[in-house]
Write a protein that binds this ligand. Structure first.
Ligand code: ZN
Length: 673
């Protein structure tokens, strides 16, 4: 019995089918199935030409097309049956095969209202093509959650389910059964008290397998259900090649350390190990770095724990644990990082900074590394500086990731003045440099001379002069800027204003007709103004040279495939809004929260979005600065002139369904008045 074909026949909406000439189906190899949510679902196979079908169907249907790719034979059979008007579905005969059980999972999910008919059809086609279980396929397509799948699994089998706690601790028990036995029988030891062995299974196992478990372990087996997805994830976690490789390297390092221990001091031992750049420690450290690059991490944290160290990668602003380093090998690994970056390996009590570069996959990567003594050990943070990105100089538009047209217009207005200072502010990693470059790009033409002073050069742009500072060689922001001003450029970008010396030169450059762009570490646009004065600048000079400040942050962008609609509770809204009336308005609106699916690695988010607070320095604000007003007063005036605060623009992103309250709180904190 072919359940997919049967379901396809059942789902074909004859009204829609009749709109297309019958002969086309055979010629182009497709069958229009139905219209749902303003999509036209069309079955095709591997021979079909999607582009031609798209063009052809435009004549008949206004909807956007979603293709369901089905196995080749099924489409041929379907077209044949439709042609011979043989649309009667075959009678449903329940069979005791695993296939019929899998269909039941799908049907139960439809009955429960968790998925639609079309989704089941899509998943059935996909699972048949990929030869994957229907449950896993539905989950990977993002149509159901693991919780829904487990509920159905429980309904279907009557067995209890493996708990999340058991899954989290299964590494303690995984070795109770041999790897090949686990893989062949699809059973996973998840917990044991020494007498009863809890097994996670994807379907109830046969009694003779259970007998074998008793024989192998001497314990009484008890079965709990788990999803195929959970099973596969566990197998990949515990038996993957990479895991084995890492374990082997750690074992080698441990064995070598044991050999040395007898006759050598730790210092000699570490020193020996490090001389050999092809050794196991070097290999391991390289792996930590290159895995970080591959997973697009922005930095790597190597942090001491009670025993050993852990390695965490920061991706999209969030830290994720990736690895444990056992205590026996920690000192050699920390020392290897220090050697790589030419730090003093004997120094453990003082923080150190360093840099190193590696060539990887035809690109050169630079790293900033620093160590910090914590609780008798050293914490290491490595910042990965991606190879400088080249910007297309021909594209002169200001692109603000997540910014509105209004935001862009405000910035354009700011830069229309040929002299003055424009600052972006925010913490490290808030996208300040990207914004400055977008502005710079819009000003870049052959009639202006643009020079930059950076540390490091993160973005490359054709047609501008970019210089890199080098404090060790005496080339600082300030000294470099003095040299550049002698060449009289029109526009200068200074990577960061960190000290009064640089600020003073920036102000005098602006006073003498240059446009200066730079960044400052401050929390808000208004606080930037007062920060400049705290650094030592005269208030009347700040007032006359500053033309605008852009404060910004990055929040994670909700995954469009799995975001979940809801309305915020009063308590939730109060965390991000101060005004009671506005809280009530907010709770009446539909917003979204993160859920997680295969498309977003189960994080609920993909990519990031800028949150901007753009403050043009108007005459009114200039007056306030000149009389030394408080930053709150400046902010209030700017808001009255139409400035959106960081909080307000983040709320706008939430209302547009682009990010969440969770992200607001992570990046901007709780609002209180
Ligand atoms: Zn998702």
């Amino acid at each position: 019995m072919n359940e997919l074909l049967n379901r396809l026949k059942n789902s074909v909406n004859t009204q829609i089918l009749n709109q297309v000439e019958n002969s086309l189906l055979e010629e182009y190899k497709f069958v229009p199935i139905s219209v749902k949510d303003n999509f036209l679902f069309v079955a095709i196979n591997s021979d079909s030409d999607k582009d031609r079908i798209n063009v052809k169907l435009k004549d008949y249907f206004p909807q956007q097309i979603k293709f369901i790719q089905v196995p080749d034979n099924d489409l041929t059979d379907l077209i044949f049956d439709l042609k011979n008007n043989n649309t009667e579905p075959a009678p449903y005969v329940p069979e005791e095969t695993s296939a019929s059980k899998e269909i039941k999972v799908g049907e139960l999910l439809v009955q429960k209202g968790y998925i639609t008919d079309v989704q089941l059809l899509q998943a059935l086609a996909e699972s048949k093509r990929q030869k994957a279980p229907i449950g896993s396929t539905l989950f990977k397509l993002g149509f159901v959650t693991l919780v829904q799948l487990k509920e159905i699994l429980h309904m279907q089998t009557g067995f209890d389910l493996v708990t999340p706690e058991q899954l989290a601790n299964q590494h303690n028990f995984i070795n109770l059964l041999p790897e090949d036995f686990i893989k062949t029988n699809k059973i996973l030891p998840v917990s044991s008290d020494g007498k009863t062995l809890i097994l996670g299974v994807v379907e109830p196992v046969k009694p003779d397998v259970l007998k074998e478990v008793i024989y192998l372990t001497g314990q009484n087996p008890k079965q709990l259900m788990m999803t195929h997805y959970e099973f596969e994830t566990s197998i990949n976690t515990f038996f993957s090649e990479q895991k084995k490789e890492t374990a082997q390297i750690i074992k080698n390092i441990e064995e070598e350390s044991a050999e040395f221990q007898a006759e050598e001091t730790l210092w000699e031992q570490v020193d020996n190990e490090l001389r050999d750049s092809t050794g196991n420690v070097a290999k391991f450290v390289n792996q930590i770095i290159t895995n970080g690059i591959d997973s697009k991490a922005s930095d790597i944290h190597i942090e001491p724990r009670l025993t050993g160290y852990i390695v965490r990668y920061r991706k999209d602003g969030m830290l994720q644990k990736v690895l444990d380093i056992p205590p026996k090998v920690e000192s050699s690994i920390i020392a290897r990082f220090k050697v790589l970056s030419r730090m003093n390996i004997a120094e453990h009590r003082r923080p150190q900074d360093g840099t190193f570069s590696i060539k990887y996959k035809n690109d050169s990567f630079d790293f900033r590394i620093n160590t910090l003594p914590v609780a008798g050990k050293e914490k290491v943070v490595i910042r990965i500086l991606a190879p400088a990105v080249s910007l297309n100089a021909a594209d002169r538009k200001i692109n603000l990731q997540g910014g509105t047209d209004e935001d862009v217009a405000k910035i354009k207005n700011m830069v229309s003045c040929p002299n003055g200072i424009i600052l972006t502010s925010g913490p490290t990693g808030s996208g300040k440099t990207t914004t400055l470059y977008s502005v710079l790009k819009s000003l870049n033409d052959e009639h202006v001379n643009i020079t930059t002073i950076e540390d490091p050069i993160e973005i490359k742009l054709e047609g501008i002069n970019q210089s890199q500072i080098n404090p060790k060689a005496g080339i600082t922001f300030a000294s470099c800027m003095r040299a550049i001003l002698r060449q009289d450029p029109d526009i200068i970008l200074v990577g960061e204003i960190r000290d009064y010396e640089t600020l003073e030169i920036a102000i005098s450059a602006a006073l003498t007709g240059h446009l200066v762009l730079s960044t400052v570490h401050t929390n808000s646009a208004a606080a930037t103004v007062t920060r400049l004065i705290e650094m030592g600048a005269k208030d009347y000079l700040v007032s006359s040279t500053l033309t605008g400040v852009i404060a910004q942050r990055l929040v994670r962008k909700l995954c469009v495939h799995c975001k979940e609609e809801y309305s915020a509770s009063h308590d939730e809204a109060r965390q991000i809004i101060a005004n009671e009336q506005q809280i009530n308005d907010f709770t009446n609106k539909t917003i979204y929260r993160s859920k997680g699916c295969s498309k977003c690695n189960f994080t609920g988010y993909t990519g990031r979005l800028g949150v901007y607070e753009i403050m043009p320095i108007t005459k009114e604000i200039k007056k306030l600065i000149a009389i030394g007003a408080h930053d709150l007063e400046i902010e209030e005036t700017a808001v009255n002139n139409g400035m959106l605060t960081l909080n307000q623009s983040c709320i706008n992103h939430i209302l547009k369904g682009e990010t969440t309250i969770e992200e607001f709180l992570r990046v901007l904190g709780i609002v209180n008045e």
